[in-house]
Ligand binder design. Structure first.
Ligand code: ZN
Ligand code: ZN
Ligand code: FE
Length: 745
């Protein structure tokens, strides 16, 4: 029996070799009809024997190209017609744009083989790609994803490239960035004063030679420039830190291949799989002792962020250099990653003497993603290249179009309609004029790509965040409602949305650095019972004073001192915290503390970590946000089960915990372990007091701490408590924009 079906697929189905795949399957099954891209996805009509049609439907799901994500499939049966053959029709563009933009994907195995094959016409060509790999989001200017709508439009394909591009049986059929050494982009090496050094293959050789001399180079990549240098050269990395004004924050390191990573780090099979995944994130793993990697890469940490080459240029560089390379985003701290060639000469000459550019423009700047493995699951520290801007499925359908502008640190924004939220790439801390400009640009480019106009805009409750101020202005100008949401409630919403929670409330533990509270204080140690409409703050850590406000955020010794004043008044014990101040300073700070001058109240668990770090003399002043907790992770010991005494209450007092810590005669690793264990027990006990029957959720930057999170999971398991964790968006403020779009009312 013959049958004719019309199939409508939506999702990430364009630019992934989907049409040639459909073509080949249809041909094989002797089906007639056509496949066409439309602005919603792909439309297929097939006619033929029923059993072949059924087989076709199965193949669609089971054999689809690796990068294709099908989100929905609608099938309708139509009366038989007369098709001559099966054909791929050219795209049409109508109606609303709903096709997903694909992220940039690392070079595939087949392209790699060609890259290394001296007989191939793309031998050592740094821009080799096909429908299974290569740049996508970073080169797209508008939808539909066709060459004239990308930054590849200025390169006219040579005859050979064009015939690949037009051949449905070719791997490069409609590969929009298709190129070769004859017709495509190329690399050029310049001095930072813009003097041409060399181009193409010679530029690659010169670059490697300069890296071997210990030079720092700026190298244009997929989503922006990197600053690159030898990962075993202490002096060079120190210079890089000085120039970048980057105290002790760790650098990521790129390795030649997975075996080289294994020489330098201890990785589990799961970590290996993530490192090798086509998204190629930076994965934080345990480093090995006694390798030649410079200690300057990740000072005081026993972990390191590693990744593999993801562009052909990286492969060529790493192959020729042979050893690991530091690869860090090329920017001044808190500024967006540099993406343009002119911009590079303007801004990067302070870092480097040489700049390796290429002439394929980057439209959308995208930083590398950073992940770690917690409880054998992928955990985002930063969701960016390789993942953004794929949508996140919501547990419900929205009847309005919503824009969430995120928070202040690690900012991301999100737009949402129907049952999808599109989170932007990592934007970063909105601390500089350029960062704020970038924030605005990314919002407008999301609007443009998705033909989006919000009905509602949602921001953080904090009145002075740049994002909040911008949202207020935007709402007024566009005459749409503005909704402000409390920071920690937003963390909870984000966790609920990505875990497909529908209408049940959850018990959310929201711990982070700080967020603006409803009472004007700086919250950060919160226990909320929350649903999509409201939340109740059932408990929180007792407030303490942050002496000097912002200063206390950067100086753990000030937080510890405040806590010591609270416990001991003026009669302080002689411990490292106290020794870190001059006597006069302490007197002055005591008065400030007593009067509460410029000393906002806070319940932040991030700051409690800081206080412990100061008391144990691990860190008195921070070089970067979250450093104290990160160093403390080094010392955690699973065999220690003890913890300090505490009491569950509406306001959880930290005093007994600190007294326990100060009186404890154990060594530092044991004390750290006991402190982390205490926090884990507090989560469980608070839940048992206030949250029984609900799901327990962990959210906020503090839960980037692998050991704390895993300890809580172990305790919860014993008690049969179901725990919700983030797995699609960061637990830190990078996940706030998702919460915002679900909590708008
Ligand atoms: Zn490929
Ligand atoms: Zn060509
Ligand atoms: Fe937060």
């Amino acid at each position: 029996m013959e049958k004719r079906l019309k199939i409508h697929l939506t999702g990430a189905v364009q630019g992934v070799g989907f049409r040639p795949f459909v073509y080949n399957v249809a041909k094989k099954l002797n089906l007639k009809g056509y496949v066409i891209n439309d602005t919603y996805g792909v439309i297929i009509e097939i006619q033929g024997e029923e059993k072949n049609i059924n087989q076709f439907l199965i193949s669609l799901q089971t054999e689809k190209p690796p990068l294709a994500h099908i989100f929905s499939q609608e099938i309708e049966e139509l009366p038989l017609t007369k098709f001559k053959d099966f054909e791929i029709k050219s795209s049409k563009s109508i109606g609303k744009k709903e096709v997903f933009i694909l992220p940039d994907i690392s070079t595939c195995e087949e392209c790699l083989k060609e890259l290394n094959d001296p007989k191939n016409r793309r031998y050592k060509y740094p821009f080799i790609n096909c429908t299974n790999c290569g740049p996508r989001f970073t080169i797209i200017e508008k939808l539909p994803y066709d060459r004239p709508n990308t930054t590849m439009k200025k390169f006219k394909m040579c005859l050979e490239c064009e015939s690949e591009y037009n051949d449905p049986s070719n791997r490069r059929f409609h590969a929009q960035p298709n190129a070769c050494p004859v017709c495509g982009p190329y690399i050029t090496l310049y001095t930072s004063e813009k003097r041409l050094v060399s181009e193409k293959q010679q530029a690659l050789k010169d670059t490697v030679a300069l890296l071997k001399e210990g030079k720092i180079l700026a190298i244009k990549g997929i989503g922006g420039f990197h600053l690159v240098c030898d990962a075993s050269n202490d002096r060079t990395i120190r210079t890089l830190r000085e120039r970048k004004k980057r105290g002790e924050k760790p650098f990521a390191v790129m390795f030649k291949d997975i075996n080289q990573i294994k020489e330098y780090t201890e990785i589990t099979d799961f970590e290996k799989a993530i490192i090798l995944s086509p998204e190629r994130p930076i994965v934080v793993v345990n480093s090995k002792e006694g390798t030649d990697l410079s200690k300057e890469i990740a000072p005081y940490l026993n972990r390191i962020g590693v990744f593999l080459p993801y562009s052909p240029l990286h492969y060529l560089l790493l192959e020729d250099f042979g050893k690991p390379l530091v690869m860090t985003s090329a920017n001044l701290s808190d500024e967006p990653i540099v993406k343009g060639n002119e911009e590079a000469f303007e801004k990067l000459s302070i870092f480097t003497d040489y700049i390796l550019i290429h002439n394929r423009d980057i439209k959308n700047r995208v930083d590398d993603s950073v992940v770690r493995i917690i409880d054998k699951k992928l955990f985002f520290i930063r969701r960016s290249r390789g993942y953004a801007p794929l949508p996140i499925k919501l547990p419900f359908k929205l009847d309005k179009k919503i824009l969430g502008v995120g928070g202040h640190q690690k900012n991301t924004v999100a737009i949402a309609f129907d049952d999808k939220a599109f989170l932007s790439q990592h934007i970063g801390d909105l601390e500089t004029v350029d960062a704020c400009k970038n924030f605005e640009e990314i919002i407008y480019s999301l609007f443009e790509l998705y033909d989006f106009k919000p009905d509602v805009v949602v921001s953080d409750l904090h009145p002075r965040y740049y994002s909040s101020v911008w949202a207020k202005k935007f709402a007024k100008e566009n005459n749409i409602p503005l909704i402000t949401l409390q920071h920690h409630y937003t963390h909870a919403l984000s966790l609920m949305a990505e875990n497909q929670i529908k209408d049940e409330p959850i018990f959310a533990v929201c711990w982070d650095g700080t967020g603006y509270g409803e009472d004007g204080n700086l919250w950060g140690g919160e226990f909320l019972i929350s649903d999509y409409r409201k939340y109740e703050r059932v408990s929180h850590f007792k407030y303490f004073k942050l002496i000097g406000g912002e200063k206390a955020v950067k100086q753990p010794k000030r937080v510890a001192l405040s806590i010591l004043f609270e416990i001991f008044g003026k009669n302080l014990p002689t411990i490292p915290t106290v020794k870190a101040f001059k006597e006069k300073e302490i007197e002055l700070l005591y008065k400030t503390w007593q009067k509460g001058l410029n000393s906002p109240l806070s319940s932040s668990v991030g700051r409690l970590f800081d206080a412990v770090a100061s008391i144990l003399d691990i860190r008195q002043v921070l070089s970067y946000e979250g450093q104290s907790g990160m160093i403390m992770e080094n010392f955690y010991n699973w065999s220690i089960k003890d913890y300090y005494w505490f009491e569950i209450d509406k306001s959880i007092d930290w005093e007994p915990i600190f007294i326990g810590l100060l009186e404890d005669k154990s060594n530092i690793p044991i004390k750290i372990t006991k402190f982390i264990n205490t926090l884990a027990h507090i989560v469980i006990e608070t839940y048992k007091r206030y949250g029984v029957g609900l799901k327990l959720g962990l959210t906020g930057g503090v839960f980037q701490n692998k050991l704390l999170t895993e300890k809580i999971l172990r305790l919860a398991e014993k008690e049969n408590i179901k725990v919700l964790l983030h797995k699609k968006v960061p637990t830190n403020d990078g996940g706030l924009s998702l919460g915002q779009i679900t909590g708008w009312g």
